[in-house]
Ligand binder design. Sequence first.
Ligand code: CAA
Length: 383
Amino acid sequence: MFEPNEMQRDLIDAVSVFVKDLIGPTAEHDDAEERFRKEYIHQMGEQGLCGIATPEEYGGLGLGYLDYAMVLEEIAKVSASYAVSVAVTGLPQVILNQWGNEDQKQQWLPALAAGEHLGAFCLSEAGSGSDAASLKATAVREGDEYVLNGSKYWVTHGGYADVYMIMARTGGPGPRGISCFLVPGDAEGLSTGRKEQKMGMRASPTTEIVLDNVRIPAANLVGNEGDGFKVAMTALDSGRITIASIAVGTAQAALDVSGGYACERKQFGKPIIDFQGVGFMLADMATAIETSRMLVHKAAWLKDNGRDFSGTAAMAKVVATDAAMKVTTDAVQVMGGYGYCKDHPVERFMRDAKIMQIFEGTNQVQRIVISRHLKKAYTAPQG
Ligand code: CAA
């Protein structure tokens, strides 16, 4: 778990080279222009990077979350936006793997795993973020169809996705009234609402998705009616490992750039890393990244080994994303005026890091998850 094995080392090296060539040349431009290139997803998909943890029989690589975490870290070193794309197109896959029936797996998984189709996950709404169980979008059964209405917010890949995994209310208030649906991107009545203007992750499109009498076959219900909240929560448990991996990659890239700079940049006659104020800052950054990586890998290892990983994934998400925010901020500090300007990528890393403390459940929500696990453990009968 602590060091990549030979297969993982080869995978990391191959992904690193591939992504630097594919995304590296346009990363700064696309951040400035808020441009998303769907073709990059297709190209990463051709290399197997869009379905790493999806079983081979459904077109994936059939690897584990530990491998997936290592791959996302490499993509994030170049572009957190595209690492998020891979993670988000992975969310419908993790849901289908766990909750989908055989027909749904065969119909939807291969194209997603191959990167031919782009997936999206729709839980949040304008008035329902952390309190996900209060969502208001509805799905009403009419014969062999469901009719969906409402609006979903902060949808990564909004307007680009080929398939949206949408949580909507089929029953009464609260978590048990929610169901999960597969909705094709070209469904009549599904449209893109406002496009968010963001501080970071600017190459990753985020929009509102409006559902206006969207009719889908009843066969597109995932799991049973009323399962939707649990479907979303189990997907987010896994998703939190992916976001934490992306945070590790972003932080590592910031350390690599600022550490290299601190060795080159001379002031008062010596490299600035030789001043304790800077050297210790870099030491703390490296320590925080290593700590985060180990916790992320532990959460992934628990998932891969069929153990309860929800609490550890939440811890990994808190530790890694808080570390990414601090490390990227300190990277800018180490580089001074150069760090603050767009000639170097650290200011982009810093802007990208902020959302990681917010999406896939804020770090305050993660603490709710962790404390509930603690309560469960401490109130369980001893023996
Ligand atoms: N796995 C399985 N079941 C779970 C679960 C989990 N991880 N978490 C909760 N449940 C079950 C509970 O056991 C309970 O089941 P019963 O009804 O059978 O008892 C049910 O779900 C309700 O659970 P809670 O009472 O704990 O629900 P709650 O309303 O108190 O909410 C919460 C808990 C942790 C705060 C949850 O609402 C939450 O995670 N909120 C944050 C949502 C979030 O992460 N949003 C991010 C959106 S995705 C994103 O950012 C998009 C992107 O593009 C990147």
